[in-house]
Design a protein around this ligand. Structure first.
Ligand code: ADP
Ligand code: MG
Length: 783
């Protein structure tokens, strides 16, 4: 709250400048404002209720299109942000063949019949702007002759042809603009009186999109950029822009959620200006400034929700305190482990030990590189519960993984007398009854399972530690459901190795520990792209060579059945775009082919999500015991499978998989002391090549996660949800990591000072939270 903040954004102060302060100046100039000018400056009284006014579009395709986009009110329209802005061209600057948007005026318009049968007459117009004129052609819309009489201002999007003409694909009415409106542009960062949108007149406020409804003109020759909106059937981006222009006056009714202190310190424009800058940019810089401001707000709101949630949780002190001297866990750490812990594992274990001694429930995210040994850390936490006479549960996303964890735990526990049970969907009813009974009585200390663990009839006598493996596979509800079974300390494990900063974005309410270090002696995995028949043949040579020396191998395919059958429906994060397609190798068919072909004489087994549980178990058991040499599978093996003797991972149609999936798959090999390789067989899809190259060049999952995010933004979005980073409408990660850090810092400061957001300067922030996240976001934090 220093003197620097006096450079006022606060309209009430402006009218009475104190001589000690620098004088208020006209926008973008050095000229001091006179007292009369200041008194005459428009005063803004936002009336947010007006943003709820319906757009009032005439019934028709356009209204349907807008409804499909979720745009029914003025406020929704103004919050519909452009995807990007297109460079607007002047007529003189158009190049043949170029797609462009121009703002022009109609000079003459007429119809020309078309000879071909069934075609409607063409509409041809002569249009001009300040730089020149050209012929514009509209197809199939004869009525435009009446609608666009000479003098009409138009926004045209289309393609310039070689003969100096313009083929129109989208068009909308532009608008008249009075020079006086120019200064009210609002797209300049919002510092000062000029940045406020012009004083709206009563008529336009009441009917923001009336009669052609456009108060602000489109003046692309000067703005240099035209906003480009996500559109829908029935309504084009250009038409949306026209509507936004009509509703522009309503920007004055936007409330400002950010306190002036935040805006000034961060150098951010106010909300209305930011929106104006995005809708009506003069250049790319305007759009980005506006976007940055809105992204900051979005990130701040999410961090506030996380921190409030955390504060509420921390206020509860009913978690079991696990602070006795270690016995079982110490014996296990000192003598029971077949290896020495890595430094990261030791640090994570120490931290968790501290967490468990507290009466408030641990909520920790364990971010671990694939193969970094998260299971050991989890088992430590679980054994701490057991040695205090409490219970522990581990929930995994698939049955295969749950079974494997169960086997691993039993092996790791070794000779210790700890009663453990398994609970999955395919455990027979009688066994299930038995397990449920023993969990309720406390006879079972440890339980491993799938979603089956969170069903309502599963009761624990004293659940003290819950572990959620591969937690990104579970929904928020499912993750939290174990909480309902007591107040357990919870460890969330993820192998989507995201940098700590980004973890804040998805899991900002959790504490985080990272296992970056891999156990000593791990070999680098030789990763190669295999393309063409010659390389494929050599890849099989290599695979057979490994099998001959006693190693095992995985062959992964994106589909279960041959083209024509459905994809592996049990794996929600399955192969990307796994449409039946010629050339895709289905696991089942590939197994048959390899048995008779390249891998004749070796023992092959099949594993995919559609198999009955029993068969899956048998297949996994055969591979884990070394009885089977090769596991031909879909991505069910993507997570968690741990067979140290496996040394080759061959992925068919590798370009069909996401980067984090490929990294997960690669992580299945190189777990023992053997030399391992990952062979990425590419069919000819150029889109996949950037991912495959990234795989060859990077072994570090954290780095790959960043690359993945970047690539996903450029292309498809399959599976982005999992990472928890795509929940944002405006913010863009990892690019906005810096904004995120700053938003987090502000959120921490705000919550520390005013956890209930009761202070007047936080009231609108609270309102924004309620609007975006519901009343729940403002539940009181117990003192
Ligand atoms: P992830 O973090 O991918 O879940 P796991 O917990 O499955 O990794 O561990 C991978 C493999 O590494 C397992 O075979 C495990 O026994 C082994 N392992 C774990 N920690 C160590 C260690 N400190 N030294 C050697 N091997 C280890
Ligand atoms: Mg694991």
């Amino acid at each position: 709250m220093g003197a620097t903040r006096v450079q006022t954004l606060d309209t009430t102060r402006r009218a009475a400048p104190e001589p000690a302060h620098p004088p208020a100046r006209a926008f973008a100039s050095n000229r001091a404002l006179s007292r009369r000018e200041m008194i005459g400056a428009p005063v803004r009284w936002p009336r947010p209720s007006r943003l709820e006014a319906p757009l009032g579009l005439p019934v028709g395709r356009m209204a349907e299109g807008m409804a499909a986009l979720g745009l029914q009110t003025v406020g929704e329209l103004l919050e519909h942000l452009p995807r990007d802005s297109r460079e607007a061209r002047t007529v003189a600057a158009l190049r043949p063949g170029e797609q462009a948007t121009v703002a022009v005026q109609v000079q003459a318009i007429g119809m020309r019949p078309v000879r071909r049968r069934g075609m409607r007459p063409l509409v041809q117009a002569r249009v001009f702007d300040a730089t020149g004129s050209m012929g514009a052609t509209f197809f199939n819309q004869p009525w435009l002759v009446q609608r666009y009489p000479p003098g009409t201002r138009l926004l045209l999007h289309g393609k310039a042809d070689a003969k100096g003409g313009f083929r129109v694909s989208h068009h909308a009415v532009g608008a008249e603009r009075s020079p006086a409106d120019r200064g009210a542009d609002g797209a300049r960062g919002g510092q000062g009186p000029g940045a406020r949108a012009g004083a709206p007149d009563a008529a336009s406020r009441d009917s923001p999109v009336g009669e052609g409804g456009l108060r602000e003109p489109v003046d692309c020759a000067q703005t240099g950029a035209v906003a480009h909106y996500p559109a829908a059937e029935g309504v084009t981006s250009t038409q949306i822009l026209t509507l936004v222009q009509g509703a522009r006056g309503a920007l004055n009714d936007m409330t400002e959620a950010l306190a002036a202190e935040v805006r000034v310190t961060e150098g951010l424009p106010d909300r209305a200006s930011a929106l104006a800058a995005m809708h009506f940019p003069r250049n790319a810089h305007d759009s980005e400034t506006g976007r940055g401001r809105l992204a900051f707000e979005e990130l701040l709101l999410t961090q506030l929700v996380f921190l409030r949630r955390r504060a509420r949780r921390r206020a509860r002190t009913d978690a079991p305190v696990l602070d006795e001297e270690p016995s079982l866990s110490a014996r296990w750490l000192d003598g029971g482990l077949p290896f020495a812990l890595t430094g990261d594992q030791r640090r994570a274990i120490e931290t968790i030990r501290g967490d468990l001694e507290q009466p408030r429930a641990m909520q920790r995210l364990l971010i671990g590189e694939v193969g970094s040994g998260k299971t050991v850390v989890a088992l430590y936490a679980m054994l701490r519960a057991v040695e205090h006479g409490h219970q522990a549960a581990l929930m995994a996303p698939t049955e295969t993984l749950a079974e494997q964890h169960f086997a691993t735990l039993q092996r790791l526990i070794g000779a210790e007398p700890v009663a453990a049970g398994l609970l999955t969907g395919s455990v027979p009813a009688r066994r299930r009854e038995d397990v449920l009974g023993k969990l309720a009585s406390g006879e079972l200390s440890l339980v491993v399972g799938t979603h089956a663990l969170i069903e309502p009839d599963v009761r624990f006598r004293a659940l003290a530690v819950a572990v959620v493996d591969e937690q990104h596979r579970f929904g928020v509800r499912q993750r939290a459901a174990l909480d309902g079974k007591g107040t357990p300390h919870t460890l969330h494990m993820t192998a989507t190795p995201i940098p700590r900063t980004l973890a804040l974005a998805g899991y900002g309410d959790l504490d985080a520990s990272t296992l970056r270090e891999l156990p000593a002696g791990r070999q680098a995995i030789d990763t190669r792209v295999v393309a063409g028949d010659g390389e494929r043949a050599r890849a099989y040579d290599e695979l057979r060579e490994q099998l001959r020396t006693g190693r095992q191998a995985y062959v992964v395919c994106p589909l279960v059945e041959e083209a024509g059958a459905a994809a592996d429906g049990r794996t929600p994060a399955g192969a990307r775009g796994a449409r039946p397609e010629v050339g895709q190798r289905a696991a089942t068919a590939e197994l048959r082919r390899l048995r008779e072909g390249e891998l004749q004489g070796y023992e092959l087994v099949l594993l995919h999500g559609g198999m009955p549980p029993r068969e899956k178990q048998q297949a996994m058991a055969a591979f884990a015991s070394g009885k089977a040499d090769v596991l031909v599978a879909t991505t069910v093996i993507e997570v968690g499978i741990d067979v140290p003797n496996a040394a080759v991972m061959l992925v068919e149609n590798a370009e069909r998989f996401g980067l984090s999936q490929l990294h997960q798959l690669r992580g299945r090999v190189g777990r023992g002391e053997h030399r391992a390789s990952c062979l990425l067989v590419a069919s000819s899809a150029p889109t996949g090549s950037a991912r495959l190259r990234a795989m060859v060049q990077n072994a570090d999952g954290f780095r790959l996660a960043e690359i993945d995010l970047r690539l996903r933004r450029e292309g498809d979005l399959v599976g982005t949800r999992q990472s928890g980073l795509s929940q944002f409408q405006v913010a863009c990660l990892p690019e906005d990591a810096d904004l995120l850090e700053r938003a987090r810092a502000w959120a921490e400061a705000i919550i520390a000072e005013d956890p209930e957001l009761r202070a007047p300067e936080h009231a609108l922030l609270g309102e924004a939270l309620r609007l975006r996240f519901g009343a729940e976001a403002l539940l009181p934090i117990p003192a």
